[in-house]
Write a protein that binds this ligand. Structure first.
Ligand code: 5GP
Ligand code: ZN
Length: 115
């Protein structure tokens, strides 16, 4: 847990969020500013600042993030039509919250390449 981290506060339930899934390692909740009909953030309960700062011993939790993303997509019925998984990392990708998170975005067709 990190002081002054919004997502650590969401994990501790000090900040309210609309949680759609939770297990011992991960939590998933609706993004406060959704970019599509379904926009979920999946985060680890361990505070890792970004994908640029992961270590060999984070491989289980990194795998768990994608497993949770897949479960959430099924739960919210976007799995069959499809969805996008995004991990914005550092400045060029416009990461704004420095607690690693996986965006799960779906419910509408998307274009490629992304902006
Ligand atoms: P990033 O830009 O770092 O990849 O994504 C951060 C995301 O967190 C943004 O999509 C933003 O809308 C979302 N976000 C920021 N603060 C909060 C909050 O307090 N609650 C929720 N549910 N989402 C948040
Ligand atoms: Zn944190």
């Amino acid at each position: 847990m990190a002081e002054n981290c919004i997502f650590c506060k969401i994990i501790k339930k000090e900040i309210r969020s609309q949680i759609v899934y939770e297990d011992e390692d991960t939590i998933a909740f609706h993004d406060i500013n959704p970019q599509a009909p379904v926009h979920i953030l999946v985060i680890p309960k361990k505070h890792i600042p970004s994908l640029a700062e992961v270590h060999e011993n984070d491989k289980d939790i990194l795998g768990k993030l994608l497993l949770t993303a897949s479960k959430v997509a099924k739960k919210l019925a976007i799995s069959e039509d499809g969805y996008r998984v995004v991990v914005n990392t550092n400045r060029d990708a416009q990461q704004t919250v420095f607690h690693i998170h996986v965006h799960v975005i779906g419910g509408r067709p998307m274009s490629w390449p992304p902006g």
